[in-house]
Design a protein around this ligand. Structure first.
Ligand SMILES: O=C[C@H](O)[C@H](O)[C@H](O)COP(=O)(O)O
Length: 220
């Protein structure tokens, strides 16, 4: 928890008055939103765009002024977590199911600061099963097609029911073991009809901040 908090709080130092800020999703982004809430109480003036209903609710509780992505058009900085980060800053995201909105917000952000604890830094992506958001219609067939790409695809289930994303879709967690060519895999997966998007974020991050258990941080 400490490692996530220190990384997230460091990222918030880059936020300045007047910025439009993308709020990521998950247990690391949580700390960035908390810190931002405190700064707003201290007089910081920003507008925020949330990447999930959870983050939106948290921001509302903390009094962070929210606008929709359509009103924002562009974010100055987005702070978000990741499930894995490789040496080229390619990411796996979507462990919390928010990958689609996260990718949309990230793609309209001038800067994407990724905040992670040390366990997320890997030399090669793929140990963490890659989340793929798919539409419900024909989901069993889409899942089979994903399996043909060389992964073990599993429908994400919560409390015996399929997990539903904020966009009303399902998530298939695809265990590839190791991903040699993330950019190619990203395109191949998104070509499958029924796939909405996948959790590979290819070279979108502009900064990575890693937090360690002893409270130290490394900015990459
Ligand atoms: O869908 C969720 C997001 O991509 C999260 O940013 C990612 O799963 C990392 O979450 P956490 O900081 O909780 O490990």
């Amino acid at each position: 928890m400490e490692s996530k908090r220190v990384a997230a709080e460091k990222a918030v130092e880059y936020i300045r008055d007047g910025m439009v800020v993308g709020l990521g999703t998950g247990s690391t982004a949580y700390w960035a939103i908390q810190k931002l809430g405190k700064k707003i109480k201290g007089g910081l003036s920003i507008k925020a765009v949330a990447t999930s209903i959870n983050s939106e609710n948290l921001a509302k509780e903390l009094g962070i002024p929210l606008i929709s992505i359509s009103e924002a058009e562009e974010m100055d900085i987005t702070i978000d977590g990741a499930d894995e980060v490789d040496n080229e800053w390619n990411l796996i995201k979507g462990g919390g199911g928010a990958l689609l909105r996260e990718k949309i917000v990230a793609s309209f952000s001038k800067e994407l600061i990724i905040v992670v604890d040390e366990s997320k830094k890997v030399s090669r992506l793929g140990k963490y099963p890659l989340p793929v958001e798919i539409v419900k219609f024909g989901h069993e067939l889409t899942q089979k097609k994903l399996g043909k790409l060389g992964c073990i695809p599993k429908l994400r289930v919560v409390d015996n029911n399929p997990f539903i994303t904020d966009n009303g879709n399902y998530i298939i967690d695809c265990d590839f073991g190791s991903i040699d060519q993330p950019k190619d895999l990203h395109s191949v997966i998104n070509m499958i009809p029924g796939v909405v998007d996948n959790g590979l974020f290819i070279k979108i991050a502009t900064k990575v901040i890693v937090g360690y258990r002893d409270g130290s941080i490394l900015e990459l």
